[in-house]
Ligand binder design. Structure first.
Ligand code: HEC
Length: 178
């Protein structure tokens, strides 16, 4: 397998970047591949990541995705599911039909029927998650197919984005060995 020196790439990204970045473990191969692909063709604009993926061909991007991922999204560890703000837990689990906001878990949950490229949110940094929601809401990030996340984020209040980011950063992925 022609695996690029991904650990070197990651170290470079970490050093070069002051932006909140994302963990790759717990993501499905589909989610990682799509983001690498989008960084490369510019659908998701990020100078640092564009530089990192510039020289990767399709096969290498698939190899990187396979290297870091499981085939499916990670499941949430029930021990860490927040019992915090009930409004936020309700948004995550049920959404708000009056406002046209679907439940986050319907796509982001481990066995949810959402699109296969849906990323795992559990345990990502709060600043990263909040920045992504804000970017979807103001069209700073437009790589979501069929505007799925842009449509949802546009209906969220800034305070809700903050709380949702806090919620997902606090839950952990289920690891049987723990
Ligand atoms: C209809 C399915 C669907 C629903 C419902 C949904 N999402 Fe998403 N979400 C996605 C998909 C698909 C992506 C990946 C978009 C892309 O980059 O291709 C995504 C991406 C994200 C990201 C960026 C993650 C990253 O790693 O960059 C965040 C944050 C997010 N969603 C939060 C939420 C929250 C909070 C809710 C509930 C209010 C929600 N989503 C509801 C499908 C959904």
């Amino acid at each position: 397998m022609r695996l690029p020196p991904i650990f070197v790439l990651r170290a470079t990204v970490k050093k070069a970047s002051r932006q909140p970045s994302k963990h790759m473990s717990g993501q499905s191969a589909f989610a990682i591949y799509k983001q690498l692909h989008d960084f490369k063709n510019g659908a998701r604009a990020n100078e640092i990541m564009a530089g990192v993926v510039h020289d990767l061909d399709d096969e290498q991007m698939a190899d990187v995705a396979a290297h870091f991922s499981a085939l499916t999204k990670g499941a949430l560890d029930p021990k860490t599911i927040s019992s915090g703000d009930p409004d936020v837990v309700r948004l995550v689990e049920y959404g708000n039909s009056a406002r046209g906001v679907p439940s986050c878990a319907s796509c982001h949950g481990a066995h949810a029927g959402g699109p296969i490229e849906t990323p795992t949110l559990a345990g990502q940094r709060q600043e990263y998650l909040q920045a992504q929601l804000e970017a979807f809401a103001n069209n700073g990030r437009c790589n979501d197919i069929f505007d799925r996340m842009r449509g949802i984020a546009a209906k969220l209040q800034p305070k809700e984005m903050e709380k949702l980011a806090e919620y997902y950063s606090a839950v952990r992925l289920f690891r049987p060995q723990d």
